[in-house]
Design a protein around this ligand. Structure first.
Ligand SMILES: Cc1ncc(COP(=O)(O)O)c(C=O)c1O
Length: 495
């Protein structure tokens, strides 16, 4: 039934958007979103002078530093006090100061020039090897096709883009597939849509089951002779669950397909959660059939932002990721990832963070995160108006059958919490970080959540600013309208 209405909506949307009354209403909605975005930014920087062109003469360093310090003091409390889902995964003062010192030491480094900055490349190679071992891959396996190798990238999105480009080029060269398809559960990150868009791959989204994990049968049914790879997450961004990776990998193996595990979010914490004795679905290179994993040290690896790793089983596969230009008048050009020049200091920072914590350090942090997550989970379970979504580990998603969950989300925002709103179906999540393990944070979260629920029960008609936008986005079949809303939002951010 839903599919039928979706088809009707798709075919009538362009017409409906041209009806004068409808168009005016939409314009008003777009303007409201734009002003919300502008208000958000402008309020934050209101006392900063505006530079819309280069100042004629330079500004004193001390003045610039003073502006930046003021802004930092304003922006810091929300994340530092543990009021934010995910985003700043460590943020401890001492660790941040250490990373800043490391950055300062290598601020000029650019790994594009390996001859000038050999140490950065050395550190990147070690980041890849340490991450491969963490995920039970063997970087020095005697069989090159079993070696787990990879590269450092700028973030989860780039790692995913590269994996998809790699499978496209691999399938074209080795199987002659020119109209490639990738199958991903609908919960997999939008970076897969971005990759499909950029690299001319058709992305087939398959449904998830009631526990929000991939439906393996649906993925099986979606396989065609054009399929190049299957995708699964460990864990998913919306609900933090680990897809049934052994079964999906088995399918990939049977059909000779690539199998990418998106471990961007969970890849650096799940191994430690498993070591602590919690049940974790196998997701790493121990699983036969898994051919690549993206994993983000810049999340639960507590490294500077801008560092991710893409790993492949087999040296041959990684070759398809590389780019070379042999005939350019500027010289011979070889680049392993998407950018050309790269901020080497971030890689050095990542190496330093990984070596600083070591296995024991990460294990101890994971223990604290899991204890906090468990306390929050239990508190939510005790609230009859809320319901957990899936089986939470380090990320807790919840919804409500009785209340508008977006209103609860908005009430939490009014109490200083920045949680993530989910859709299809509506929900809210909090990814637990080191910030939430501070004394009193979990208790305050549960108290504010309780108060928010009570407020919404007492004021079910209270219209906030954001809840209606999310409510509309979740229910409106006209996705082109939502797309336009998002584009207006982006425009407004840069105005
Ligand atoms: C599961 C998952 N994959 C990919 C990404 C994309 O990572 P990034 O924002 O570093 O590009 C995220 C980000 O939250 C994620 O949670």
């Amino acid at each position: 039934m839903k599919r039928f209405w979706e088809r009707v909506a798709k075919s009538t949307e362009p017409l409906i958007q041209r009806v004068p009354g409808v168009r005016q209403k939409l314009e008003a909605e777009y303007a409201a979103v734009e002003s919300l975005a502008r208000e958000q930014i402008q309020k934050a920087v209101a006392d900063l002078p505006a530079f819309t062109e280069l100042p004629e003469t330079g500004v004193e360093e001390s003045q610039i530093l003073s502006w930046l310090e003021q802004l930092r003091e304003r922006e810091k409390p929300a994340w530092e006090q543990g009021r934010v889902s995910g985003t700043v995964y460590h943020g401890g003062a001492e660790h941040s100061a250490f990373l800043s010192r490391v950055y300062a030491l290598h601020s000029q480094s650019n790994p594009l020039h390996a001859d000038l900055f050999p140490s950065t490349i050395h550190f990147e190679a070690e980041i890849v090897k340490m991450t491969a071992r963490l995920l039970n891959g063997d970087p020095s396996h005697p069989d090159p096709q079993q070696q787990v190798v990879g590269t450092v990238t700028s973030g989860g999105t780039e790692s995913i883009l590269l994996a998809m480009k790699t499978y496209r080029d691999w399938a074209r060269a080795e199987k002659g597939i020119t109209e490639p398809e990738v199958i991903a559960p609908e919960t997999a990150h939008p970076a897969f849509d971005k990759a499909a868009h950029l690299f001319c791959i058709k992305l087939i989204r398959t449904p998830v089951r009631d526990d929000f994990k991939a439906d393996v049968e649906a993925m099986h049914r979606a396989i065609t002779r054009r399929t190049i790879a299957l995708v699964a997450s460990a864990g998913t961004f919306p609900h933090g669950v680990v897809d049934p990776i052994p079964q999906i990998a088995q399918l990939a193996h049977e059909y000779g397909l690539g199998m990418h595990v998106d471990g961007c979010l969970g890849g650096f914490i799940l191994p430690f959660i498993e070591a602590l004795g919690y049940p974790v679905t196998p997701f790493d290179f121990r699983v036969q059939g898994v051919t690549s994993i993206s994993v983000d040290p810049h999340k639960y690896g507590y490294t500077p932002k801008g560092v991710s790793v893409i790993l492949y089983r087999g040296r041959a596969l990684r070759r398809y990721q590389y780019f070379t230009a042999t005939d350019w008048p500027g010289g011979l050009y070889a680049s392993p990832t998407l950018p050309g020049s790269r901020p080497g200091a971030l890689s050095v920072g990542a190496w330093a963070a990984m070596v600083r914590f070591g296995r024991q350090g990460y294990l101890e942090i994971a223990r604290q995160i899991m204890e906090t997550a468990l306390a929050i989970r239990k508190g939510i379970e005790a609230m009859p108006d809320l319901r957990l979504m899936g089986e939470p580990l380090f990320l807790i998603a919840f919804t409500s059958e009785r209340l508008n969950i977006y209103q609860v989300w908005e009430q939490m925002a009014q109490r200083g919490w920045r949680l993530n709103a989910l859709q299809k179906p509506p929900g809210v999540h909090i990814a637990i970080t080191v910030r939430h393990t501070q004394p009193g944070v979990a208790e305050q979260f549960l108290k504010d959540l309780h108060d928010s629920v009570e407020f919404v029960k007492a004021n079910p008609k209270a219209e906030g600013k954001l809840a209606p936008i999310y409510g509309m986005a979740n229910s409106l079949p006209f996705r082109g309208v939502i797309d336009e809303v998002l584009r207006h939002y982006l425009d407004a951010l840069y105005d």
